[in-house]
Design a protein around this ligand. Structure first.
Ligand SMILES: [Fe+2]
Length: 206
């Protein structure tokens, strides 16, 4: 038989948005975030204030995030409705601590912002393709991994970077292997506007 010709095409693909908002981050804002009262989360520390973008001190960062959510809604999601931040909080992973696998309920898009130098060695964010229990696992061979079959994808965040991703995606943060605290901000966003169709009886205004 002659050599078989075949083609593999993407049916769907998962986006992750990265943007540098360093221009919107001032030392004053960094000092403000670092001065927030932190409380124990599960393994890491979380700010007591869970709506930090509403603080007047963080107006610049908050506006930059709004701008990025507008771009994401228009260019990535291709929708006419807008996205707005529902909650926003600061996190500190002390040396040795990371964040267990989780997803963000009651949100459409979630994000994180890294406003300090990232400690070395870097602790990556790991996205998991599966959303829970897998009765059967056929993980691809290491050298055969690609976007179609990889079970996880590893993202190393950089200083001043915002990441946006679908809230339903399972993700975890590797333990901080450095001697410095690893700072970040996380936030959830939801859609605002009208979706669906009146005659389809699927109309919803949120
Ligand atoms: Fe998260």
């Amino acid at each position: 038989m002659a050599e078989l010709k075949y083609n593999v095409e993407a049916l769907f693909i998962e986006p992750m948005f990265r943007a540098d908002i360093g221009a919107a981050i001032t030392q004053k804002q960094i000092d403000f975030i670092k001065s927030l009262k932190m409380v124990q989360n599960q393994t890491n520390l979380i700010s007591e204030n869970l709506n930090i973008f509403e603080a007047p001190e963080l107006e610049n960062i908050s506006n930059a995030i709004k701008m990025i959510l507008d771009i994401y809604a228009e260019k990535v999601m291709g929708i006419e409705q807008s996205l707005y931040v529902t909650q926003s909080w600061a996190l500190i992973n002390k040396p040795g601590t990371g964040m267990h696998a989780h997803a963000h309920s009651n949100a459409i898009v979630s994000g994180s912002l890294y406003f300090t130098d990232m400690p070395e060695p870097s602790s990556a964010m790991i996205f998991d393709r599966s959303t829970g229990y897998r009765q059967l696992r056929f993980d691809p061979l290491k050298d055969k991994r690609n976007l179609y079959n990889t079970p996880v994808n590893i993202v190393v965040p950089k200083k001043n970077e915002v990441l946006l991703f679908s809230s339903r995606l399972t993700h975890l943060v590797q333990p901080n292997g450095s001697n410095e605290p690893r700072h970040s901000i996380a936030f959830n966003a939801f859609i605002k506007g009208t979706i669906g169709d009146l005659r389809d009886v699927s109309l919803l205004t949120v």
